[in-house]
Ligand binder design. Structure first.
Ligand code: SF4
Length: 252
């Protein structure tokens, strides 16, 4: 699966790289000729074995990246955040995809109950401070789950727009080397990959959900493709904040 129709060049073996000393620009140039599979193989198998983690929401698009990962090493650690507000369909889709792809190290991570009791005792924080809610239910548990890893693969894409429009394939994010192997994929690439690989769809896609997050903050988008318009609809919020410095640190 790759957005490029032309035959890619043979991959160049990466030198040993130790984040955070890695030169991001040099690494980006080195990886630029590689197609998506080659990039992932270089990162997971050749350059950073045992140091790489993948995050996924088991949402509308997640099957693509997870299928690519499974094709390279199904034992690659995959972290999934169960905020406590996920659709039941997302949890069943997780189980179905894990079986379908043969992933063997999917780690479901939940918020700390003590944090929830202290910060969101009535469970309605999302209504009046969604940034703090995302931090409590996503960023903080994720930070714990990512301890011990220093290379983080995400499934974000430029076509999502907003902050993602200029997404590089390789970036520094705090202490992490962040790899965005699907950054340059388009909606047509996604549709082709789903069809070619026969991947199951998230059950809510057929009900108009083009991006799936927590149920209080997700609506059908009313459009097609992979629009994120149904996420935090009616507000300025477009990201949960786990990517970039916004989501870092303790609750204050
Ligand atoms: S998406 Fe909504 S419910 Fe989920 S963690 Fe963020 S604010 Fe809370």
């Amino acid at each position: 699966m790759s957005p490029s129709a032309s035959a890619p060049p043979e991959p160049t073996p990466l030198p040993p790289i130790v984040p955070p000393s890695v030169n991001i620009n040099a690494l980006d140039r080195l990886l630029a000729p590689l197609n998506t599979e080659q990039l992932l193989r270089q990162v997971i198998v050749d350059a950073f074995p045992d140091r790489t983690v993948v995050t996924t929401s088991f949402g509308a698009e997640s099957a693509i990246l997870l299928a690519l990962i499974a094709g390279i090493d199904p034992a690659t650690p995959v972290v999934f955040l169960d905020t406590g507000y996920l659709f039941a369909q997302t949890l069943s889709y997780r189980d179905r995809l894990v079986r379908h792809l043969g992933l063997t190290d999917v780690r479901t991570v939940a918020p700390d109950p003590a944090d929830l009791a202290r910060e969101d005792p009535s469970g309605d924080l999302h209504k009046f401070d969604p940034d703090r809610c995302c931090r409590l239910r996503k960023a903080l548990p994720l930070e714990k789950a990512l301890a011990g890893f220093d290379v983080w693969i995400s499934g974000r894409k430029r076509f999502h727009g907003g902050e993602r429009a200029a997404l590089p394939r390789v970036e520094a994010d705090g202490r992490f080397l962040k790899i965005n192997p699907l950054a340059d994929w388009g909606e047509d690439d996604m549709a082709r990959a789903f069809a070619d690989a026969g991947l199951p769809r998230h059950p809510l896609v057929e009900h108009g959900f083009t991006s799936v997050g927590c149920f209080p903050c997700t609506e059908p988008s009313g459009g097609g493709g992979y629009s994120r318009a149904g996420r935090w609809a009616g507000s300025d919020k477009t990201e949960c904040g786990i990517h970039g410095p916004k989501g870092r640190g303790a609750l204050t």
